[in-house]
Structure formats: C-alpha cells, structure tokens
Design a protein around this ligand. Structure first.
Ligand SMILES: [Zn+2]
Length: 313
C-alpha cells in the first residue's frame, strides 16, 4: 500500500510516495512559500501531483510545532505564522484524501523506529541535532504524545540553571548546549579563548571565512584538530548527561542520534556514552541503553509521516 509523506521545513518542502517497507518510490521538493497563506495550497498541490501518478491511500504531513492531541490543529509553530491552525481540515478539503499531521521530530523518530536504527526495539528515544534539538519518544512500540499531544520536546528540558536564552521563552534548555548551533558556539568560544593553542585552526578558519559553520567543525574533527574535538566533546557531554536523566524517566533501550553532527558517528557517540554513564543514576547496578546513529538522514520525516498516515495511533 502506498502513501504520501510530506515534510514542511523552514526552507524546503519535501514529499515522497512511500511503500509499506519505508522505501521512497518518487520524491519532490520545492521552496517553502514565504507567504503562510500559500503554504497549504503548495502542500496540497504536491500531494495531488504525487498521488496522480500512484495509487495512494492516505497523506501524512510533518511540520515543526505543537500539534494537538487529535492531530488536527497546529497549536503553535516556531517558523510559520500558525496559531491554532486547522491544518488537517484545510489540507483534506484541498486534497480529497485522509490527511494525518504530525510533529516533524516525531515523524523522524517513528521512521527510525520502524525502518532505521531503532528496528527491533520497543522503547527508543530519538534526538536530532540541528538548529535545535528535536526529540521523539517511542514507548512500548508507540509514539508517546503526552496528555496534550506535545510530549517529546526533549531539547527544551532545562539543562542549565540561569543558562542561555532559548527560542521557547525559557533559558538553559538542552538545545542551547547540544545542538548543531551549540557546536558552532562552542567552536567560536574556543577560537576566542585559545587562539594561539587548541583554537588556532578554528580562529584561522573564522578569519578566512568570516564565520565558523558546523560542517567545517566536523571536517576539523575528522582531522583530529584539538579545538574542534573539544567543541564536539562539549556538546556530546551535554547530550550524554541529559540522556542520563532521560534514562531515569523513560528507561529506553536505545538512543538514536540524528542531524548533521551525527555524521561523525562514533567520534560523537563515544563522548556521549561517557557522559551518559557519568550522569546515569545507579550506574553499574542497572542495564544501560545503547546509542546509535540515525540511518534515514534527510528522508526520515517523509518516511515516518507516510507510515503514520491513515493510522489512528
Ligand atoms: Zn527551549
């Protein structure tokens, strides 16, 4: 059975026709319209185009934001001017098919659970390190959505008292210390404070390019540059410590780590595991979770939300 999955990102809308084994048969991309009023039309047009060439039973749409428990309404979206937006109804009248909407991090986590690094587990947590830290919780084989539909915002758990301000209105949130953006901040900090020793190459890079971007830090980590390795260690430590706390609450079997920084693989996971074990209550006296890198990379949102489309769970 084929379904359509569409992932609305801040700059791109990506959609695909996905089969029951999580394979994408056809894929489309377009720029996210700047005008919010055009967004539903653009998503609906993509869904209609994809379903015109395949026999499709349902459509799933993933977006960043708080989705209500009935999965009909976007309560709030960080990048789009939606407030209590009845997105499901708006899309169904344009597409003429059942539409399921889902938080983008949940969709990505669900894809990893069904078809990626989380296969074979029943209790899994996914953390996606990007501009922020996206979270998804799978408990007993189901996405955990909480009492109002908006659980799993693990990037907005408080990591530091009186810490850095966060876009959510709080301060000290984990995503300020463990995201791709936090890696850039750490690299800049090391360039500022250690320009003549471990930060020398980071400082030179910043002088040359005007800014330090995440992929450049990753490249320097692969070259074993001590400043870049230290920047990575800082965000890995924050992430691992936070997972130690999540373990006390959720006791998952597996953490799946995604996002651009996760392409560093074991170079990221090793310091994460060390910090996790340091922060884990009862370490040595209890089973510990595994850590793995996400496998579906950029397509996870499409695959996950297509799989969830038409389902009641
Ligand atoms: Zn926050």
């Amino acid at each position: 059975m084929l379904k359509v999955g569409i992932d609305i990102g801040g700059t791109k809308i990506a959609g695909g026709v996905v089969d029951a084994s999580g394979q994408i048969i056809e894929k489309l991309r377009l720029d996210t319209p700047l005008d919010t009023g055009e967004l539903a039309d653009a998503v609906a047009a993509m869904a209609r185009e994809l379903s015109s060439r395949h026999v499709v039973s349902a459509v799933g749409v993933a977006a960043a934001g708080f989705i209500d428990k009935s999965r009909s309404t976007v309560i709030h979206a960080p990048n789009i001017d939606w407030h209590d937006e009845p997105l499901k109804a708006r899309l169904e009248e344009r597409i003429g098919m059942p539409v399921t909407i889902e938080n983008d991090a949940n969709a990505a986590g669900w894809a990893e659970y069904r078809f990626g690094a989380g296969r074979g587990t029943s209790d899994m947590v996914m953390l996606t390190l990007g501009t922020g830290v996206g979270g998804a919780i799978v408990l007993n084989g189901q996405l955990f959505r909480g009492g109002h539909g908006i659980a799993g915002e693990l990037g907005h758990t408080r990591f530091m008292r009186d810490g850095l301000p966060c876009g959510c209105g709080q301060n000290g949130c984990l995503e300020q210390y463990a995201s791709g953006r936090a890696l850039q901040r750490a690299a800049n900090d090391i360039a500022d404070h250690h320009p003549r020793d471990i930060g020398a190459r980071l400082a030179a890079l910043r002088d040359e390019k005007g800014a330090i971007k995440g992929p450049s830090v990753s490249r320097l980590v692969l070259e074993d540059d001590p400043g870049a390795v230290e920047a990575l260690r800082r965000i890995a430590t924050a992430l691992g410590e936070a997972c130690g706390g999540f373990q006390a609450v959720l006791d998952p079997e597996l953490y799946v780590i995604g996002g651009g920084v996760a392409q560093l693989g074991e170079l990221l996971l090793e310091p994460v595991r060390i910090a996790y074990e340091t922060a884990l209550p009862g370490y040595g006296e209890r089973p510990v979770a595994e850590f793995a890198i996400a496998q579906l990379v950029n397509d996870a949102g499409i695959i996950g939300v297509a799989d969830l489309a038409g389902e009641d769970g």
